[in-house]
Design a protein around this ligand. Structure first.
Ligand code: TXA
Ligand code: MG
Length: 317
């Protein structure tokens, strides 16, 4: 039997070249980013895009985020404006995804963006994915490396946990620093946050000098991040609990909670960033320990806490 751990590759020039070879042949690989791990494929190749949707069991109408390492490359595929440039200068590379108007002569495969007139684009900050993108003459479509509706992966092992032998090359970049997917902002027409993330609406609002709204509607534009069910460990979750039910895994936040077999603390210090980094780790752990239900305490709804609550609500749906 093949040892699946052999499919995890350390960061080295040799392995980056190996990754490049896989991608040039339109194969899909697992890659680290600072938000979560992703499944990367050549965004110009319909064969690669088809493989991503199949692996993830992702509905075809859910578009993918296209990842770049520089502005010059992006300009071949998308129209940009001043609002974009302000945000780009402040937050890129980093955990912010922009929805922009796609250029008519862009080579991005239409199925990568669900045949929409818009594409979502991001400049990731993690060194390994940045170096890989630099080596390529095509951008990468990189959705989170989880089966559709399941928990996003934050380590190379999590990617193997999701896909087993169906993925035979994962670059190991250590644990994802942020641990939650990027903030998605729609810059076509009225600016709106489609998916909250590490970069808050407050920071975006400050940069643009205006108040920014978080979209509440689920429509064909804002798809999977806004699907009602997502990030799910596949067991019932109850939110805003003061006490835990019998035998439930109790996910807590802050110093007033004791340690215990059933207690999982997102951040004993009460730090929201740390809680964001630990959320998917703890959800995956609880799932793998075969708990039958999860109770979660109330998490402060500010800064990255807004993103944590967004993911918890969808996991609980
Ligand atoms: O942090 C992240 O963004 C990670 C890492 C791997 O980069 N990627 C990620 O991709 O979260 P994914 O596929 O799991 O989520 C993509 C989100 C969805 O909410 C999708 O609806 C939105 O981006 N999106 C992508 N293209 C879009 C488009 N053309 N129009 C509107 N929304 C779009
Ligand atoms: Mg995802």
């Amino acid at each position: 039997m093949k040892n699946i751990y052999l499919n995890i590759y350390k960061n080295s020039p040799k392995n980056l070249n190996k990754a490049k070879k896989f991608l040039k042949k339109n194969n899909i690989i697992g890659v680290p980013t600072e938000t979560v791990y992703g499944l990367a494929g050549n965004a110009y190749s319909s064969r690669a895009i088809k493989k991503i949707y199949k692996l993830k069991k992702r509905p075809k109408k859910n578009p993918l985020i296209i990842h770049y390492d520089n502005l010059k490359k992006l300009k071949k595929d998308a129209h940009i404006d001043n609002r974009f440039l302000k945000l780009y200068k402040k937050f890129s590379p980093g955990p912010l995804t922009f929805i922009l108007k796609k250029k008519r002569d862009s080579k991005i495969c239409p199925s990568a963006n669900a045949n929409l007139k818009m594409i979502a684009v991001r400049f990731p900050k993690h060194k390994i994915i940045k170096n890989l993108l630099k080596k390529l003459n095509f951008p990468l479509a990189i959705p989170s490396a989880n089966i559709s509706t399941k928990i996003s992966p934050i380590s190379a092992l999590d990617v193997i946990d999701e896909f087993g032998k169906n993925i035979n090359f994962v670059l190991d970049g250590g644990r994802s620093k942020i641990g939650l997917e990027s903030t998605v902002i729609n810059l076509c027409g009225n600016i709106k946050i489609m998916r909250p993330g590490a970069i808050s609406k407050k920071e975006i609002g400050k940069t643009l000098g205006k108040n920014i709204l978080i979209s509440k509607k689920v429509n064909k534009l804002n798809s999977p991040g806004l699907l009602k069910k997502h990030y799910s460990p596949g067991i019932p979750i109850r939110l805003n609990c003061k006490k835990a039910d019998n035998k439930a895994a109790f996910i807590v936040f802050g110093k007033k909670y004791k340690k215990g077999k059933y207690i999982f603390n997102l951040s004993p210090k009460g730090n929201l960033k740390e809680a964001g980094k630990n959320l998917y780790k703890i959800l995956r752990k609880v799932k793998n320990l075969n708990f039958k239900k999860i109770n979660v305490v109330k998490i402060p709804n500010r800064d990255i806490g807004i993103a944590i609550n967004d993911r918890l609500r969808k996991a609980a749906y």
